[in-house]
Design a protein around this ligand. Structure first.
Ligand code: NAI
Length: 328
């Protein structure tokens, strides 16, 4: 029998955690033959909610779910983790400046990176969901010197999936016939969803992008501001779609991206496409043999270059703002 995979989920009692845990237990993330041990990390005040969630997980009678353990201590929660879904983060409070938010989260992710370095399994894979996700991932990786930096990723799959959905609506092409969409940059309003290399049924994305009014005034802002539109409409932030995207991300990382296609994920830049090393930036990526590979050699036109540069500049600003939390 297959030994269970250890999956640690932080912020487990939050909205995204609640939406993710049941699907992980059902096999959507690691496959329908892979038993899972869940380890939930929460803040002390949210432990009762985590216990309640664990009771409901019990009540799912999931065949693949070997155990559920709950912690308010990171060192215990990450012990032996094969997968870490870092969802818990400090939300922006009233009157909190962006710099304060960055600093508060940098402190959390510096600590979690250092603990992962000490206690996680050798095959650890990390996905940061908690915002600012890219910079949180960069900070965690910087504090985990013994873990290869490409094991630290941040979620931009939700942006990628949103881009596919918008493209599908616009063209009336089914989602399954859309491939090679790319999201570049930061998981923020500055992100750049790129369709110039996409395939949309038997059309090219570049052809669809010739409608610049639609591209500039509709597609790009709709994708980039979708999170705000969800909050305004639903009255709560994206949760099930974010959980779904995190599960897609880990699933593809483990099982590979489909032949002929790629996806988007934020990874530490190796210095490609003009993105400085040290930034965790969204790129078009393929997963091969359990590792992400950036899709190289794409021709970046001036339209795309300007937008990628803007988002990368924002990432550089974020890192500069938390520079004193980076190890020397
Ligand atoms: P939520 O507020 O419902 O849940 C967050 C949970 O994290 C809370 O239960 C809280 O107690 C816990 N938490 C906070 N700090 C923690 C820490 N240091 N250790 C362990 N647990 C901690 O928030 P929700 O809706 O689940 O969102 C979680 C994060 O995901 C937010 O930062 C949000 O901005 C981000 N997000 C990212 C997306 C992406 O595409 N990258 C999409 C949607 C949300």
């Amino acid at each position: 029998t297959t030994p269970p995979a250890v999956v640690t989920v932080t912020g487990a009692a939050g909205n995204i955690g609640y939406a993710a845990l049941f699907r992980i237990a059902a096999g959507a993330m690691l496959g329908h033959h892979q038993p899972v041990r869940l380890r939930l990390l929460e803040l002390p005040g949210s432990l009762p909610a985590a216990v309640g969630t664990a009771m409901e997980l019990d009540d799912g009678a999931f065949e693949l779910l070997t155990s559920v353990d709950i912690f308010d201590d990171a060192r215990a929660a990450f012990d032996g983790a094969d997968h870490a879904l870092l969802i818990g983060a400090r939300p922006r409070g009233k009157g909190m400046e962006r710099a304060d938010l960055l600093a508060a989260n940098a402190a959390i992710f510096a600590e979690q990176g250092a603990v992962l370095n000490d206690v996680a399994a050798d095959d650890l894979r990390v996905i940061v969901v908690g915002n600012p996700a890219n910079t949180n991932a960069a900070i965690a990786s910087a504090h985990a010197p013994d873990i290869p930096s490409d094991r630290f990723t941040a979620l931009t799959r939700l942006d990628h999936n949103r881009a596919i959905a918008q493209l599908s609506h616009h063209t009336a092409c089914p989602v399954r016939e859309i491939s090679r969409v790319s999201v570049w940059g930061n998981h923020s309003a500055s992100q750049y969803p790129d369709i110039f290399h996409a395939r949309v049924g038997d059309r090219s994305g570049a052809e669809i992008a010739e409608d610049r009014a639609w591209l500039v005034d509709d597609f790009i802002p709709t994708v980039a501001r979708r999170g705000t539109a969800i909050i305004d409409t639903r009255g709560a932030s994206s949760a099930a779609s974010a959980a779904n995207a995190a599960i897609d991300h880990v699933h593809d990382w483990v099982f590979g991206t489909p032949e002929g296609d790629w996806t988007s994920a934020a990874l530490p830049s190796p210095g490609v496409y003009g993105v400085p090393p040290g930034l965790v930036c969204s790129f078009p990526v393929r997963a091969v043999d359990g590792r992400w590979e950036i899709v190289e050699g794409l021709d970046i036109n001036d339209f795309s270059r300007a937008r990628i540069d803007t988002s990368v500049a924002e990432l550089a600003d974020e890192i500069a703002a938390v520079g004193d939390l980076l190890p020397a």
